[in-house]
Design a protein around this ligand. Structure first.
Ligand SMILES: [Zn+2]
Length: 143
């Protein structure tokens, strides 16, 4: 049975949660690091607020400079994907529940795990708790 889970999770709340976890020190322009911005528009598919930087005129959103850039996922899909990966749910199931392609789920999972491993090179592989914490804290990093 596939639960309509993304329909039940609020995108506004999810966006807030992601912003706190991806940008704990506040959202800034990825190009010039300025925090001065105005709301420019909202993206159609992911329903994200797009900002225009007042210093360099660059345009960015919550996902800019993160693994989720240009994936066209709604905030609720990103939250649930992170949760699913942390819980070790199967890619097929996640793809179905979140209406995301299996390729996207596979790629993001791989990158998230690489991030976690890169930041915890000496942690034992079985230490899932540590890995999960690291993964969440650094999900916003691209490399
Ligand atoms: Zn800027």
């Amino acid at each position: 049975m596939i639960f309509p889970i993304t329909a039940l999770l609020d995108d506004e709340q999810s966006e807030k949660w992601l912003r706190e976890h991806f940008h704990p020190e506040g959202l800034r322009c990825p190009k010039c690091d300025s925090a001065k911005r105005r709301i420019f528009r909202e993206t159609q598919t992911s329903r994200l607020t797009v900002y225009r930087c007042l210093d360099c005129e660059g345009v960015y959103n919550l996902y800019s400079g993160t693994l989720f850039e240009k994936k066209h996922l709604r905030p609720s899909q990103v939250v649930l994907l992170l949760r699913g990966v942390a819980k070790g749910e199967s890619g097929m199931r996640l793809a179905e529940e979140l209406s995301v392609s299996r390729t996207t789920v596979h790629e993001l999972r791989k990158q998230l795990q690489q991030n976690a491993r890169r930041l915890q090179p000496d942690a034992p592989l079985m230490d899932e708790h540590t890995e999960t914490d690291e993964m969440f804290q650094n999900a916003g990093e691209k490399r």
